[in-house]
Design a protein around this ligand. Structure first.
Ligand SMILES: Nc1ncnc2c1ncn2[C@@H]1O[C@H](COP(=O)(O)OP(=O)(O)OP(=O)(O)O)[C@@H](O)[C@H]1O
Length: 246
């Protein structure tokens, strides 16, 4: 049984339909990518999965739990690690303070001192969040997502603000998360990132899944009859992968 199953998800904001019809499933142990241009509905879709937003239609099952049901949601929050958004921590909060605070959110948290070691933050425990480099902030973000010993981690544009070197370093960390038996849902703008990391990807445009595949089988040309390639932002309009069969 898939760990996450999304069927015909729909979400509206007032009179704007952000997610029209999104369906995919994620198997345990996968790194599953969600790729698409700005405003496509990627974040909205993952927030419905996390239970941060209430869907307007369709079905979602995460480990057999329905994020719309309050009883299930409490259980779900114990099992999903959600990445910190950049503005969520006060700049003066120290690394250890953030980890200790997050530990209080979970029934059975991991010892945050181990996370500091595991995620390369030794020597930074007393450093304020605002004084960390971009890469260090992302390390903390990953560590915070793992405090509750989740089965699923959701990373939404974790590498967008990073330079290419820090981005590649962060890719290694995402692989390390998977090695710890955590299933990863990864929202990204970068095709290269999806190709490098993901077992499968869903490409979302205008609130719909327009391609669902393993990265080597996917290429922008294969979508030309379903969407306008010229309307895609350059950040994710890449050439086909060298592994692309076309
Ligand atoms: N709280 C909100 N209220 C109203 N409209 C919203 C809200 N959040 C998102 N939207 C709109 O819903 C659509 C989908 O937004 P969403 O953030 O899910 O897209 P995205 O694919 O994650 O985009 P990005 O890559 O830019 O983060 C966009 O048109 C956005 O403007």
């Amino acid at each position: 049984m898939p760990l996450i199953e999304v069927s015909n998800l729909r979400k509206e904001y007032r009179n704007h339909v952000a997610v029209q019809d999104v369906s995919f499933s994620v198997e345990e142990g996968e790194i599953f990518g969600i790729l698409g241009p700005n405003g496509a509905g990627k974040t909205t879709a993952v927030e419905c999965i996390e239970g941060m937003r209430k869907r307007d239609g369709g079905e979602i099952s995460v480990m057999g739990l329905d994020p719309l049901k309050d009883k299930d949601l409490a259980e779900l929050r114990e099992s999903i690690g959600i990445q910190l958004q950049q503005s969520e921590l006060p700049p003066k909060m120290k690394v250890w303070e953030a980890l200790e605070l997050y530990s209080t959110f979970y029934r059975d948290p991991v010892d945050w001192r181990e996370l500091i070691k595991d995620w390369g933050l030794s020597g930074k425990a007393d450093t304020a969040y605002g004084s960390l480099s971009g890469g260090q902030q992302q390390r903390l973000s990953i560590a915070l997502a793992l405090v509750g010993k989740p089965r699923i981690a959701v990373f939404d544009e974790l590498t967008t603000a990073l330079d290419p070197h820090a981005r590649r370093e962060t890719w290694k960390l995402i692989e390390k998360v998977r090695e710890q038996d955590v299933t990863v849902l990864l929202v990204t703008h970068f095709m290269e990132e999806a190709e490098r990391l993901c077992d499968r990807i869903a490409i979302i445009e205008s609130g719909r899944v327009v391609a669902l595949d393993t990265p080597p089988d996917w290429c922008p040309g294969s979508m030309s009859s379903r969407s306008s390639a010229s309307s895609r932002p350059s950040r994710w309009t890449t050439n086909c992968s060298p592994r692309c069969p076309r």
